[in-house]
Design a protein. Structure first.
Length: 376
């Protein structure tokens, strides 16, 4: 683990605020946030969270950087994002392994998440030369009307634990080529991967003589998250999380006439008809439900099956679930790792108990594996 942390420039205790290359802010008043390996319960490292004063420093730096970044030609902004994608290629393996270590998704998913970051950077580079607008004829002689899109300003990005780095890149790469700067508040469950990504972004900004384009402010949801959604300096907030919190974010940002991008949880169902290929259906259901230990917003949560095939489907699903390799997510043979936190484990056990109280039956599993740390 020590070698992995060193590759990503992570220390035992890391500053949680950064506004650019060599601009990590040591907040002596900030509370320490410990990050644990959900597979073993072992302490990985810690981050010092930002206070309100430090948060203001980060936002002010992003505001200042925006004034020049917005006038930089979009294709040149694209070159910065291109280099960010290339830097992520260099760090694909260690950063993916860090996602596995801190969040608990299996290694293939951790590496795949970083590959998504690379892919969206490539996509954004192309868009940097395609920020088109309409041209229209005017009713006035000698005049032509046209659309020109302008960047909004410093953008707040609040991400969730289940995709701790990919969601940031989906927002950041596009925001950057459009001329916006950004402030990232990652989930308190996965702060270390955010610090690692900030180090990578700092390298790229330094190569281009930039600062304040990609910034970081790690803090609690209740304090820094709430501060961000109420901050009139941030015209756009991108939030990933639950529907309950998303509703609060939407209402709060709208009350100050800000804009939101929301990616929220779902209650996704797979419908299995009487003439369905049950082998194919089982593979789809297990993949949708077991991937990321069921912690995706797109995870399969319900099955709506025709009465004619429900018994046969249940029998096949029971066999399939019993065969899923559960264990250390860094092991290449593991298909399901741990839940991300002790709280997630408690919530899962409570949900299973409630299902039984309401007449539900647990066909297989339904208990914590005693020899694991946070794994069901």
């Amino acid at each position: 683990m020590k070698a992995l942390l060193e590759k990503l420039h992570l220390k035992a205790i890391n500053p949680g605020a950064c506004s650019g290359p060599s601009q990590w802010i040591e907040d002596v008043a900030g509370a320490k946030l410990d990050s644990y390996n959900p597979t073993t319960g072992e302490l990985i490292a810690s981050v010092v969270q930002v206070t309100d004063a430090t948060y203001n420093q980060v936002v002010e730096h992003a505001q200042t950087a925006f004034q020049s970044w917005r006038t930089t030609p979009a294709p040149k902004r694209g070159l910065v994002v291109r280099d960010l994608g290339n830097a992520l290629r260099d760090y694909l393996e260690p950063l993916g392994e860090m996602v596995t270590l801190e969040m608990g998704k299996i290694r293939a998913e951790g590496l795949g998440e970083v590959q998504e970051m690379i892919d969206v950077c490539d996509f954004a580079v192309g868009l940097s030369r395609q920020l088109y607008g309409l041209t229209m004829h005017s009713e006035r002689p000698g005049h032509r009307m046209y659309e020109q899109w302008h960047p909004l300003g410093p953008t707040g990005i609040i991400t969730a634990f289940n995709f701790p780095v990919a969601v940031w890149s989906w927002n950041a790469a596009l925001a950057a080529v459009c001329g916006n700067t950004m402030i990232w508040k990652p989930s308190p469950t996965t702060p270390l991967v955010a610090v690692a990504v900030q180090h990578i972004a700092n390298q790229v900004m330094a190569d281009h003589g930039l600062s304040g384009i990609f910034t970081l402010a790690i803090g609690s949801n209740e304090e820094i998250g709430e501060r961000m959604i109420r901050d009139e300096r941030l015209p756009l907030i991108s939030f990933t999380g639950s529907v309950r919190v998303g509703r609060h974010v939407a209402q709060t940002v709208a009350s100050r006439l800000g804009r939101t991008i929301l990616e929220l949880g779902g209650n996704n169902a797979i419908i299995v008809t009487a003439d369905a290929d049950l082998d194919l259906a089982v593979r789809a259901i297990v993949f949708g439900a077991v991937g990321t230990a069921g912690q995706r917003c797109t995870s399969t949560r319900r099955i709506l099956a025709d009465r004619q095939i429900v018994d046969a489907l249940l029998e096949r699903l029971t066999r399939a679930y019993k065969s899923v390799p559960i264990g250390d997510p860094s092991n290449g043979t593991t298909l399901m790792g741990p839940l991300a936190s002790a709280q997630a484990l408690e919530n899962m056990l409570a949900a299973l108990a409630m299902a039984q109280q309401q007449g539900g039956e647990i066909v297989t599993g339904g208990h914590r594996l005693p020899e694991k740390a946070l794994i069901l």
